[in-house]
Write a protein that binds this ligand. Structure first.
Ligand SMILES: [Mg+2]
Length: 314
């Protein structure tokens, strides 16, 4: 049987502008092609499972969704990566298009898409993973019998479903590269245990300081951890560690007009503050003038902090 990593689409594989309907707006998240290629090399199929209530709501047609997915596949292919399958659920009980206005077992948090994918691609769900950014992704993964990884881009909780924190993923990470590292690490540990169980002598759990396992099972440590040798999987993990640093550096160095504006305004703020101080020192009779410049400096400082804040929360 095969094993797979099931991926949510929006905010996991591509940016999520909210009800994406234009193929030109498809934008891969940083590093996803690297994560997908590494998982493929480790023998995982990559299967996307995405709720598309926009179809039931009349915002999108199945034909236009196919174009969006074709564009997503094209961008991945340009970077040497591919998806094995994409499943989507067009149904929603509150839809306005009669054909799609209904409950469906395909819609996450129900596991229908994962079960269908497993059946059609001969996938062993107990050896598979579900990766997504919302609680419903995690619940669907658990209900299908997969292990789960929650994406928290920039540490934030995404979308309206963020309020539901009852669902606990096996691991929480910041991007798909880190998720791939977890999958490879856990795969390697399982394989090592299977091959070395009778003589396990040295329990060595690879460190993962950036990873925050948030379920009891992960926090207690995995008793299956056995002796670890330098395997192909670990070499891949090392490569992914390097890539993760590059991805994060890229995220930090990404050009932003707001960041630029914030920097310029902050320089102006400091300059006007300096003028205010000089005026106070140089001419006491003109104190009102100095206060004026000080107020300008404070206003500019507030403005620059606002720009930075908006940039960070984008
Ligand atoms: Mg999502």
């Amino acid at each position: 049987m095969n094993r797979a990593v099931f991926l949510d689409r929006d905010h996991t594989l591509i940016e999520d502008p909210g009800y994406l309907s234009d193929p030109d707006a498809v934008k891969l998240l940083p590093g996803v092609e690297l994560a997908i290629k590494s998982l493929h090399q480790a023998g995982y199929k990559i299967v996307v499972c995405t709720n598309q209530s926009a179809i039931a709501r009349g915002i999108l047609t199945e034909e236009s969704l196919e174009k969006i997915h074709a564009e997503m596949r094209r961008q991945l292919a340009d970077k040497g990566a591919h998806l094995d399958a994409i499943y989507y659920c067009p149904y929603h009980p509150e839809g306005t298009v009669d054909k799609y206005a209904m409950q469906s077992d395909l819609r996450k948090p129900k596991p229908g898409m994962l079960l269908k994918g497993a059946k059609e691609h001969d996938i062993d769900l107990s050896q598979s993973w579900m990766v997504g950014d919302s609680p419903r992704d995690i619940e669907a993964g658990h209900r299908a019998g997969c292990r789960t990884i929650r994406m928290r881009l920039g540490g934030e909780v995404s979308s309206a479903e963020g309020a539901d924190e009852d669902v606990q993923a096996d691991f929480t990470v910041r991007n798909l590269v880190d998720a791939a590292r977890i999958v490879l690490r856990e795969t390697d540990r399982t394989a090592t245990w299977d091959s070395a169980r009778p003589t396990a002598a040295v329990a060595t759990a690879p460190a993962a300081s950036e990873v925050q396992p948030d379920c009891a099972r992960a926090q207690e440590g995995d008793p299956r951890a056995g002796p670890v040798s330098m395997s192909d999987s670990q070499v891949r993990m090392e490569i992914l560690s390097h890539l993760r640093r590059l991805v994060r550096r890229g995220e930090h160095e990404e050009f932003s007009f707001l960041k630029l504006a914030g920097g310029i305004v902050q320089m102006l703020a400091l300059l006007t503050l300096l003028i205010a101080v000089l005026k106070v020192l140089a001419s006491h009779p003109r104190l009102n003038d100095a206060i004026f410049w000080a107020l300008i400096a404070i206003a500019l400082q507030v403005m620059s902090l606002t720009f930075f804040s908006i940039h960070r929360n984008k």
